[in-house]
Structure formats: C-alpha cells, structure tokens
Design a protein around this ligand. Structure first.
Ligand SMILES: *Cc1c(COP(=O)(O)O)cnc(C)c1O
Length: 472
C-alpha cells in the first residue's frame, strides 16, 4: 500500500465508520455465530502474495462483522459498558498514526506531559483529594496488581523486590465476597497465594461488613499471619454494591494496612458531586482505580490509577539499565517506572479529546441521564408483580428476576430466569447478562452505553415484558 492508496482507503474507512454508527441499531447486539464459524472461513496458511485492500475489506465485512458483538449498540445492557465516542475514536486514529512508544519523557515529551495534565483534570473532575497523583494503566486488573505489589514493597521496605519472600511471614489480603475476580488474580500472581485472600462477608446490600473485616484481621494476627492490604469495592461487578469506605479506612488506619479502592465502573459517577459520598473516607486510601474505558466514553484501554505515594510506586517498579538512561532523569515523569510494562501507548490523547469535546458539563449530563433512566427502569420493575428486585441500584445497574406468583422453588426460578435471559438475548435487540446473588440467578440491566437514549430504555422494557408474558 502506498501513500495515495492509504489516503483513499482512509477516507473510505471514515465513511464505513460513520455508516456503522448510522446503522448500528439494525445489527444484532450479540453475535449469534457458532464456535468455529469464523475460524473455518479463514485460510489455514498466510498469503504468499500481496492482496488488494478491497479483498481485505470484503472479508472483513463478510467474515468478521457477523462475528462481532456490538458493544456500541444502544441496546447494550450486559456486563458493564466499554464505551467509545466519536472524539475518542478520532484520537485513537491519531495515536496509531503517530505510533509513538511512550515509555519515557524523551520518547515523546508531549505524551508524558499531556498524561500528567489530563490525570490532574480527572482527579479534579472526580473530586479526589489533591494529594493523589494519576497515571494511566491498561486495565483495572493491572492497576490492582500494581497496587498490591506496591503494598508488598512498601510494607517490607522493598525487601521482597531484593531478596524474595523467604522469611518475610505470610501476608493476608482482604476483600469482600462480592469483589471482582481481578483481586484474586492479583493475589495469585503477586506471590501472596490465593489461600491468603480473605473474602469478607457482605451485608444485605452486598457491601463488605466492616466488623467482619476487623474480626478476620484480628483472627489472622492471632494465628501469626501478617495482614497487609484491603481492597474495597465501589460498585461491585455483580450488583454495584458500595463498600463502606469510611469504616474500612478506619480499620486500615488502626492496623496500618494498605487500602486500595476498586471503582472500575462506578468511579465515573464521581463526576457528579452528588455521588462523591461513595468516597467518604478517601483520606485513608492509598490507591484508587477507575476505568474511563467503561463508562466515560473513552476507547478501551484506559484505566485511571491514582496513588497517594508516587515514590513508593516508582521505587517498586523502577529499573534503570544503561540503554534507558536519559539526561532529564527524574526531572520529568518516566511512566515506564509507574507500572508493569515498559512500552506504553499514547492513551492520554483520547482522554483529552473526550474531556474537551464533551466538557465536564456534557459528561455529567450523560452520566446523570443514565442514572436517572436506570432509576426509572427500576421503578417499572418494582411495579410489575411478576418481577422481583434482587439488590439496591445505587447507580445505573438494576438487578432483578422473573418471579411469577406461585413459583417459589429456587431451582425452578433459577432455570426459568436462565431461559428468560436466553430469550431476551435472542431478540437480538438488547443484550443482558446475569450474576448470582445469594444463589439466585439474577438479571443485570446496565444503563450507560454512549448511544443509549431514554426511548431505548422504554423499548428494552417492552421487549423484556413481552418475553416475560410468554415465559412459563
Ligand atoms: C470491570 C471490572 C474490573 C476489571 O476491569 P479491567 O479494566 O477489565 O481489568 C475490576 N473491578 C471491577 C469492580 C469491575 O467492574
């Protein structure tokens, strides 16, 4: 492909992209293909001769597109959202055009300095206290791993980095039984051992019980374990429960434990001052993560990680071989030492484009609408006798199930709701997923796709009710 072909195909692609968004509602939200269907259409061996771009696009449309699940469809109510937006997509095009590898200040000074500034903006926009410094990580999973590694090194004065775990005692980590699986994975790969993760019980609202946390810590201390860190969830993945940060923070302070907050999805709601109650107690928090790539209209991947002690973070990861030394040294931020990976994409650009295009007010308005529509939806569910709400919805996710009069066997209800969900998704108009709360098969209705409007929520409700009426 030469430059003039690149230019021509580039213009064609922009048209393709605009038409995609124009027609997205006509596509089935969830791909309905069977396992192997795409694979079997792909040649077993790579082409030895060059192929025309037209052929590629043809195959993209014919083979790939039917196997795509459309996360940007306004009928997206599954998992959490992974939103993009027009400014974010355009910024990603520039990022890939520049192809800059932003490991050090020197390797693209503007990328580093823009990241520094937009993370300050994001800290201010979410109401985090001034003492926090931000850095973009690829995902919340990585941020949580980075946090627990920093906790480990901070507590042992960087001794495990130097000489390993031998003779350091057995560390214990705490999170609620509703916490995200990425915490267990971080505990596993950071060398703590899954057996040393304590899953603390939750209350009726699915939030961590502080008194159970404290008794678990005391019991571990008595047995000779070394309690190290707590991960509190602001917005659990199952039901968006909010752990009581204030009480958890006091316990951490008292026992000198590291406190990490996982607000992967819900953190975006902090753009609204009325939701900052969720971080009441932030003064005792060491690290905090939320994902603009979920609800804040910024293409995956973009995870905002905030730390109180950037020195501890850098000292945990820093490594300086001769070939990476620069004369600016520590006068500037070298983000290669702020996490696991060396190479980094220029991710601040899309965040900058998103924040400036929407403006803080524009972002707030969208988020506020999502929360309002979810509240309305929850009201409709509540008023319909065959449905049952299974958890509070403090933000924009509604947990419920079908519960027809006279059917009270839990197993029967579980299989009924599994079939119900299947039927809903076979409509191809909306996509929802489930979780289990207290053993009950629970449908989750997440409101927050970039392109969702109120009329889509009404339509979704019609579809759900229509299918519910046919369920036996
Ligand atoms: C989605 C989610 C994660 C994982 O996010 P990634 O960025 O995909 O790693 C972690 N915690 C919570 C609460 C989540 O909802």
């Amino acid at each position: 492909m030469n430059l003039s072909e690149f230019r021509r195909h580039g213009h064609e692609l922009i048209d393709w992209m605009a038409e995609y968004f124009e027609n997205i509602e006509n596509l089935p939200v969830k791909s309905g293909i069977l396992p192997g269907e795409v694979l079997n259409q792909l040649p077993a061996h790579p082409p030895s001769d060059p192929e025309a771009f037209e052929n590629l696009m043809n195959d993209f449309n014919e083979i790939i597109m039917p196997g795509i699940t459309h996360w940007q469809h306004p009928g997206w109510h599954a998992y959490f959202t992974a939103n993009n937006s027009y400014p974010s997509i355009l910024a990603e095009m520039l990022t890939s055009t520049l192809g800059a590898q932003c490991m050090s200040w020197l390797t693209s000074p503007a990328a580093t300095e823009l990241e520094e500034r937009v993370m300050e903006w994001l800290g201010e926009m979410t109401g985090l206290p001034k003492g926090f410094t931000g850095v973009i990580q690829d995902t919340a999973s990585t941020a949580t791993l980075v946090s627990l590694l920093t906790a480990r090194e901070n507590a042992t004065r960087f001794a495990i980095n130097r000489s390993g775990f031998y003779g350091k005692g057995v560390f214990t980590i705490y999170c609620s039984s509703e916490a995200h699986s990425s915490i267990e994975r971080a505990v596993k790969i950071a060398g703590f051992g899954q057996d040393n993760l304590r899953k603390i019980e939750v209350d009726k609202l699915f939030a961590m019980k502080p008194e159970s946390l404290e008794s678990a810590i005391n019991s571990d201390l008595k047995k000779g374990f070394v309690p190290l860190a707590v991960v509190a969830a602001i917005g659990t993945t199952g039901s968006t429960a909010i752990d009581p940060l204030k009480e958890i923070g006091e316990i951490c302070k008292k026992h000198k434990l590291w406190l990490h907050v996982d607000a992967a999805w819900a953190g975006t709601a902090m753009l609204l001052p009325e939701f900052r109650y969720m971080i009441d107690g932030i003064e005792n928090v060491d690290t905090f993560v939320f994902n603009p790539h979920k609800w804040m209209f910024t293409n995956f991947d973009c995870s905002a990680y905030f730390v109180k002690d950037k020195g501890a973070l850098i000292q945990t990861f820093e490594i300086l071989p001769e070939y990476l030394k620069t004369k600016e040294g520590s006068m500037v931020n070298n983000y290669r030492d702020w996490g696991v990976q060396l190479g980094r994409r220029f991710r601040a650009l899309k965040l900058w484009f998103v924040i400036r295009t929407f403006g803080v007010k524009g972002l707030q308005e969208k988020i506020r609408n999502h929360i309002r529509w979810a509240d309305e939806f929850a009201g409709w569910v509540e008023n319909e006798k065959t449905f049952e709400i299974l958890a509070p919805s403090p933000l924009a996710t509604v947990c419920f199930r079908l519960h027809p009069a006279g059917v009270d066997d839990e197993q029967q209800l579980n299989s009924l709701n599994a079939r119900f969900l299947d039927e809903i998704n076979q409509s191809e108009k909306i996509f929802m997923t489930h979780t289990k709360l207290n053993g009950k098969f629970t449908l989750r209705f997440v409101v927050g796709q970039t392109n969702t409007e109120r009329h889509h929520i009404e339509k979704a409700w019609e579809i759900i009710c229509g299918i519910a009426m046919r369920m036996k």
